[in-house]
Design a protein around this ligand. Structure first.
Ligand SMILES: [Zn+2]
Length: 197
């Protein structure tokens, strides 16, 4: 009976020996690898790790990408579409606050620049400094306005209509903007590329 019981009791011992052997073998291999890496470091091009040249980050690194757009927003902002008249959520908005680009969060307009034109779209007689870029529209008649930061389409600008003293009307799609009431924290501006320095 004792002999018959001795065999299973030896199995754990054998298993322990195997594990021990494996551990020793793994340790030995890792030592060899470390030795090799030490050797390659010692024989490397540069003995001073501080002066080792760093690989520069690619110029297209996405540090803070633009907001995702719904198909309706993309139609206006990316495909230069126009929102239907009198349906935009900010057309009649009179709250104090700031209008940001819906794609990149750049500050475009403030409530003090908004006026009631009754044209069916949000209207501003000025923009935040350097926030809005103008260029001739593809239709050959109008002047397109775009977000100066991300080139998103905003709408068109019209001059000489006499609405306000500035005689200017930025006719902007609500879908191109995101309104933040006064006192609300503004989100950081999105970048598709590392900012220019
Ligand atoms: Zn933008």
């Amino acid at each position: 009976m004792r002999t018959a019981q001795a065999t299973p009791s030896q199995k754990p011992l054998q298993a322990i020996r195997w594990v021990a052997c494996l551990a020793i073998a793994t340790f030995a291999v890792s030592c060899v690898c470390e030795d090799q890496s030490e050797t390659s470091r010692a024989g490397g091009l540069d003995d001073d790790p501080i002066t080792t040249p760093q690989i520069p980050a690619p110029a297209t690194l996405m540090t803070n990408p633009y907001n995702e757009l719904t198909p309706e927003e993309a139609y206006v902002i990316e495909d230069k579409g126009t929102e239907a008249r009198n349906v935009g959520e900010y057309t009649d908005n009179k709250e104090l606050g700031t209008y940001l680009c819906r794609r990149c969060n750049a500050k475009l307009y403030v409530a003090e620049q908004k006026f009631a034109s009754n044209c069916g779209w949000p209207s501003f007689d000025d923009a935040v400094a350097d926030a809005v870029r103008q260029e001739p529209d593809a239709d050959g008649r109008r002047t397109e306005i775009l977000c100066a930061h991300c080139d998103g389409h905003l709408g068109h600008v019209f001059l000489g209509e006499g609405y306000t003293e500035k005689n200017t009307r930025h006719c902007v799609n609500s879908l191109s903007m995101r309104f933040y009431p006064e006192g609300e924290q503004l989100p950081p501006i999105g970048w598709l590329r590392a900012p220019k320095r």
